[in-house]
Design a protein around this ligand. Structure first.
Ligand SMILES: Cc1ncc(COP(=O)(O)O)c(C=O)c1O
Length: 467
């Protein structure tokens, strides 16, 4: 009988050890002993070398997603007689090596802070391939970006117009800028992931855009590229992107009366499968439907189709990454829900909200499998939890795990490549895990694991030798 605590969307697969290719990285498989391997490396070998928890990136998967994402947008744009620039949204997962993959695949990169900019520049990507975002850019950040020759800065508020113009002037440069617009489109996603509702911090209201663009155009140090919108993240359906594009194009058409508007940037936010129940529209279909709608709207307005730009992050990095944990403690908890008593197995692992805050922050759902072996045991409704001092420290809220899950098993959680390492913390003084890339049987460390010495090293009262 189905455990009554099981949510409706969670179905028991015929084989719990099977790896659904929609959720697992391209090279993930089980070897003859039933162990999970990625990039030709088994989970247990990786943990022996690099410790647990461990972020593992399937490099082949990541690289192929860079190429296929770029191709999806450029093919779709070509069909409507224009071009599409693809910026990898580096906040999803950023290391110098990742920037090199992005560079080699011919994408540009979007950064939001001086720190992200520093990583991109350290990896050697050229300034013109970088776009700078951020709703509160400091003068120092703007100065650094302009002196690096970034291809575009996205203006997020009226104040920034003067700020960017004055820094560009001081450096005797002309800076290309876009204007981020809050289109008011309500993307169907978690509230904290929806970034174009009226009541939030990003962008300029549609009605204010003409005045802002006039101000931008009044500065000879600024070159106006066009409008930008990012409606949110983890979006499965195309309607929000189309609605935002149409609203932007209405204003874009009016702006043409005052000068050039060569581009339209529609941001990122394309969703991925975290569980078997997640069915996002495939990216090439999404891209095709957006560009078709753009072409139709431009025809209706009687304007040329602008060059397009997109900023995907999650759809590239997310499915390429997994996190491996070790099981430490197990507990069967009796739960009474609306008069029905049922058991939920709590499986505690050696990480938690410090390496994956998404479950706590967005009520994100994940899935999990035993990585160190396969099992024929029947499915038991489980909750994978971390070791932090919060009852909301949940890694996988609803996991179907084999009933024989045991202490010292390795557990793997797929689709953790985006917004896990980049949102990680040292809560409870847990050192952050290593990030490694695997490909064709070889391993590269992207970020080494933190140590307690790293953490103590920032404590000004610490005398080396004490611990
Ligand atoms: C301005 C902007 N562009 C692109 C992205 C990338 O979104 P995603 O990773 O969902 O594609 C974000 C994410 O927050 C963003 O804020």
């Amino acid at each position: 009988m189905k455990n009554p605590l099981t949510p409706n969307w969670l179905e028991t697969p015929p084989n719990l050890s099977e790896l659904d290719p929609r959720i697992w990285p391209r090279t993930a498989k089980r070897n003859e002993r039933g162990e999970l391997s990625v990039g030709g490396q088994t989970a247990s070998d990786l943990v022996r070398q690099f410790g647990s928890p461990l972020y593992v990136v399937d490099q082949e998967d990541f690289e192929s997603r860079l190429m296929s994402t770029r191709r999806a947008f450029s093919d779709a744009a070509q069909k409507i007689g224009t071009t599409a620039k693809c910026y990898y949204a580096s906040k999803a997962l950023l290391t110098t090596e990742v920037v090199r993959w992005v560079d080699q695949a011919g994408l540009s990169i979007d950064v939001s802070t001086s720190g992200e900019l520093a990583v991109a520049l350290a990896a050697g990507i050229e300034g013109p391939r970088i776009g700078l975002h951020g709703n509160n850019k400091s003068l120092v950040e703007i100065g650094r970006a302009i002196s690096a020759g970034v291809g575009a800065i996205v203006i997020d508020s009226e104040l920034e117009i003067e700020r960017i113009a004055s820094v560009a002037s001081a450096q005797d440069k002309v800076q290309a800028v876009r204007l981020r617009v809050n289109t008011g489109v309500h993307a169907f996603t978690h509230e904290y992931l929806a970034t174009a509702r009226e009541d939030q911090k990003f962008g300029i209201a549609l009605v204010d855009v003409p005045d802002m663009v006039e101000k931008i155009r009044s500065h000879s140090q600024l070159k106006f590229l066009g409008l930008h919108s990012h409606i949110g993240s983890q979006i499965f359906v195309v309607d929000g992107f189309i609605a935002a594009a149409e609203r932007l194009l209405d204003v874009h058409a009016k702006l043409l009366a005052g000068g050039d508007v060569p581009e339209l940037n529609l941001g990122g936010g394309f969703g991925i499968s975290y569980t078997q129940a997640d069915r996002p529209l495939p990216l090439d279909e999404m891209a095709g439907r957006i560009t078709t709608a753009v072409a139709q709207k431009c025809e209706q307005l009687g304007i040329p189709v602008p060059a397009l730009a997109f900023e995907p992050g999650r759809v590239i990095a997310g499915p390429a990454g997994i996190t491996i944990y070790s099981v430490g403690t197990l507990k069967d908890v009796q739960v009474t829900d609306q008069g029905t008593a049922a058991t939920r197995k709590y499986v505690s692992v050696d990480g938690g909200m410090s390496d994956n805050i998404r479950s706590a922050l967005y009520e994100a759902e994940y899935s999990a499998t035993i990585a160190s072996r396969s099992s024929d045991a029947e499915a038991t409704l489980s909750r994978v939890v971390g070791k932090h001092c919060e009852s909301g420290d949940i890694v996988v809220r609803h996991a179907l795990l084999p009933a024989d899950v045991s202490v010292n098993d390795l557990l793997a959680v797929p689709a953790t490549g985006a917004y896990c390492f980049s949102l990680s913390s040292n809560y409870n003084y847990l050192p952050r895990p290593a990030v490694i890339a695997v490909k064709g049987g070889s391993v590269k460390v992207l970020i080494r694991a933190e140590t307690e010495r790293d953490l103590l090293g920032r404590d000004a009262g610490y005398e080396p030798g004490e611990a």
